[in-house]
Design a binder for this molecule. Sequence first.
Ligand SMILES: C[S@@+](CC[C@H](N)C(=O)[O-])C[C@H]1O[C@@H](n2cnc3c(N)ncnc32)[C@H](O)[C@@H]1O
Length: 248
Amino acid sequence: MSFLCIFFAIIGIVVILIIIFGFPRKKSPRKPNIEGLDSPEVAKAYEKMTDILPFRLLRKKVLSKLKDFNPKGTLVDIGCGSGNLIIQIAESFPDLILIGIDIASEILEFAKKRALDRSLGKKIEFKIGNVEKLPFSNESIDFIISTFSLHHWVNPLKGFNEIHRVLKRDGTLLIFDFRRDSRRFFYSFLTFVTKVVAPKALRQVHEPLGSIQSSFAYNEIFQLISQTSFQIPKVKTFLAWMFVSVKK
Ligand SMILES: C[S@@+](CC[C@H](N)C(=O)[O-])C[C@H]1O[C@@H](n2cnc3c(N)ncnc32)[C@H](O)[C@@H]1O
């Protein structure tokens, strides 16, 4: 009996690995989708979606990555959305000064309420802002993090240059986002989620499939950052996502 269980468990694991890694990588041109989550319906649907288990697991991964950097001073979360990540950062790093920036006022309202509900209303400042024109003076920020936002930026090069302007000399940028050249399995999965599972408001804006289609491929990140004054980035891929860390 136990031999059979082990046998079927091994077969199951092999099948899952073949499904995920056996599919070739997608090669398609970048297709920008929506910018800010500024419609109330989309903001509400996104806010709900970020509470589900896969998102929570991904945030856990981002937090553990952030711990490797041991950030100090002022940390800004660009495209903070409904604030889940920056709230967890506030709980894990009580000494940081925290600012969440987002282009969409609707989603920031959810973030402010979420922070208040956790008695962190005074700990985190939320500001409306565009990555292309950040509300900070030159060389004033120690650490910038941004998750699932880069693929929404209309002018990513301008965004990177602006982040470079506000970071202190030894400042760090950490980005976590989809990777467009992911295995086709993830496209099939996200097509299913977009067509069948996602709330209507997200389906109407072609999300979450639109997010992976508008994200950058591994090589494109290096090309993009090479046009800025940042140092050479470190890019670590993880299934359909990648971490990009780069020093000023
Ligand atoms: C998919 S959400 C991610 C939210 C959050 N970081 C997370 O991981 O759940 C992307 C966020 O980036 C914001 N955004 C898009 N373009 C932006 C820009 N140019 N400047 C600042 N925020 C932007 C959107 O409004 C949205 O809230």
